[in-house]
Design a protein around this ligand. Structure first.
Ligand code: F6R
Length: 261
């Protein structure tokens, strides 16, 4: 794992966007794993502004609420159209989200896994982190080998996401269909972005704490190509930030990003 501490949110977001852009330019037929949430909104705005082409790109989102149709403004399908798909040259047929409206959620989950496999697996998976320690919607005690399936959302997550439902926790769906921790670990590269003081404690547990299903994000410690991009607030509770900075400042691969570090 590499931790990339950035001075502020703008630069952490810009660095993440530039990584996506670089991967797309290097491999136009990239299979890109996408995340939603507030953290990613500015990332997508920057990727759109970069003008990079998505014409040959295939995407798979991490998760979708159960019971919200794609046209519901709070569905992640709507989020993706609003923040990314409607503004780039992506072929809608190449965009995928789990089917939260399926009458058979287990079959929809298996179908999603099959589609990812048929696409050759995911090259780059974007991740946020929830205050409950989730990646995707893998809430505490998600098996570290889990595959796509439906999960009950924790009260913490429903509170965290209530803002998008008019501040009403009760309006946030109770379940979501999410890639599993194992599905996420199978991707070829992970980039996790976190910003803000509310994420500092959980980031420290995920990055420096023990590997535990209580914090599903700690599973990123098992991945052989994982970058964690943080602003100063989200990095505030890490113990070894000086070391992470030392590594970044000595790694040539970050030379093109020095303006953001
Ligand atoms: C969303 C997702 C979640 C979010 C996480 C952070 O697709 O998978 O894991 O990334 O809840 O959300 P924000 O960015 O809203 O704090």
């Amino acid at each position: 794992m590499e931790v990339i501490p950035c001075p502020d949110r703008d630069r952490a977001v810009a660095l993440t966007a530039r990584l996506i852009e670089a991967r797309l330019r290097a491999k136009p037929d990239l299979v890109l794993g996408l995340a939603t949430g507030r953290t990613m909104e500015e990332v997508y705005a920057r990727v759109v502004a970069s003008g990079v082409s998505f014409a040959r790109c295939t995407t798979f989102n991490l998760d979708e609420y159960v019971g919200l149709p794609p046209e519901d403004p709070n569905s992640y399908a709507s989020y993706m159209r609003h923040h990314l798909f409607d503004h780039v040259d992506i072929d809608p047929a190449r965009t995928h989200l789990p089917d939260g409206m399926a009458s058979d959620l287990a079959a929809a989950a298996a179908d999603y896994e099959a589609k990812i496999a048929a696409a050759g697996g995911i090259d780059l998976q974007l991740l946020g982190i929830g205050e409950s320690g989730h990646i995707g919607f893998n809430e505490p005690l998600s098996a570290l080998r889990s595959r796509t399936r439906d999960k009950i959302l924790t009260p913490t997550t429903r509170r965290q996401n209530a803002g998008m439902f008019g501040g009403d926790c009760g309006a946030v769906p109770k379940r979501a269909l999410t890639m599993g921790v194992g599905t996420i670990l199978d991707t070829r590269e992970l980039v996790l972005l976190a910003s803000g003081a509310a994420k500092a404690a959980v980031v420290a547990r995920a990055v420096e704490g023990p590997l535990t299903s209580r914090v599903s994000a700690s599973a990123i410690q098992l991945h052989t190509s994982c970058k964690v991009v943080l602003d100063a607030e989200a990095a505030a509770e890490l113990e070894d930030t000086d070391y992470y900075r030392f590594v970044c400042s000595n790694e040539e691969k970050w030379d093109g990003y020095r303006d953001l570090l």
